[in-house]
Design a protein around this ligand. Structure first.
Ligand code: RI2
Length: 327
């Protein structure tokens, strides 16, 4: 690199996303926006063009951390497109543009999670037994809001091997006073067949056809819910809808290190660690977003409304000409 060095704090955030110390599609998006803000604030000297090149490099660094959750490129593009589409007269003005866009995104994102809580809580009834998988802030928001409204229900949380994010869910719900039972992932069908009245999970990406990409194991729970005939509900902010899938670009499923599964596999044993799977839209009853509840087949309409897309020859595939969020 020829320009100024990327600040340590930004490198730390990128590293934390890669290593999953910062995780959860929404948090990753907010952390990326924050990293862009920190990078802009820490920049000194150079011309506006040099600043642009430097910010593009920071954007690339963040985009390369994890491949699946589209909230990451959507957040990065939300901020960067503001810079790309503006003609600032000075570096200071260019920095301000980045900082304002990043703040806007973070604020929108936090509000969206709260709003999903309010909307999704209407689907929760006293007496419900709700199964969830992995750890989703959007799902937690629904459950905590419903609980605070006085609804009384219980939750089953899967452990979510290999990173055990289900423990985070269980701890957070227990702190709120919500009765929560942790189960091994393999017990999900048992719980759906005998106990659960609904399933609520988060999302990392929603494709244009309404398929939901979420933590590995989600699709088998959806299959179980379909077999049993109980609602399978997805809670997600709209910036997890993927504009790339409109043009048929497949969602890349992250394959993480086998060492997360087993530190020392027996000789001759191969280990694979796909982190996500895709649940077909036919298995999804509804998607709770901050803009309301939609059937999965309406995902394309949400994308159409959100992104006025235009293929840009930016070397990054399709970029958004203008991306929401608008509150
Ligand atoms: P929120 C997580 O991915 C889980 O798959 C979770 O369902 C999804 O992000 C959405 O989480 P990971 O980062 O944005 O743990 O709702 O691999 O918090």
């Amino acid at each position: 690199m020829t320009g100024p060095a990327i600040p340590d704090k930004v490198l730390e955030i990128a590293d934390a996303i890669r290593e999953m110390r910062i995780r959860g599609a929404g948090r990753i998006a907010r952390a990326a926006a924050e990293a862009l803000m920190i990078a802009a604030e820490g920049y000194s000297g150079g011309s506006v063009e040099e600043f642009r090149a430097y910010m593009e490099e920071v954007a690339r660094l963040l985009l390369e951390t994890r491949p699946t959750a589209v909230s990451l490129p959507n957040a990065v593009n939300y901020v960067m497109n503001r810079l790309r589409g503006s003609r600032p007269g000075s570096v200071e003005e260019a920095k301000r543009i980045v900082v304002e866009a990043a703040r806007e995104f973070i604020e929108y994102s936090l509000q969206a999670v709260r709003r999903i809580g309010e909307i999704g809580a209407r689907l929760v009834r006293t007496g419900d037994v709700i199964l969830t998988h992995c750890n989703s802030s959007a799902v937690e928001s629904i459950l905590k809001t419903a609980w605070r409204q006085g609804k009384r229900f219980q939750v089953y949380a899967t452990e979510t091997r290999p990173r055990f994010q289900g423990y985070i869910t269980a701890r957070h719900l227990a702190e709120e006073g919500i009765p929560v039972t942790l189960i091994p992932d393999a017990a999900a069908l048992y719980v759906v067949e005998r106990l659960a009245t609904k399933v609520i999970v988060g999302a990392d990406t929603v494709a244009a056809n309404g398929a939901v990409i979420n933590k590995i194991g989600t699709s088998q729970i959806a299959l179980a819910a379909k077999m049993r005939g109980i609602p399978f509900i997805v809670a997600t902010e709209t910036y997890k809808f993927s504009p790339y899938t409109v043009t048929g670009q497949p969602v890349e499923i992250e394959e993480r290190s086998p060492r997360e599964v087993l530190e020392q596999p027996p000789p001759g044993v191969e280990i694979r660690n796909p982190a996500f799977d895709a649940t077909p839209p036919d298995y999804v009853d509804m998607i709770v977003t901050e803009r309301g509840i939609i059937p999965p087949k309406s995902a394309a309409l949400v994308l159409w409304e959100m992104f006025r897309r235009r293929p840009l020859d930016s070397g990054q595939g399709i970029a958004m000409e203008e991306s929401e969020p608008t509150a």
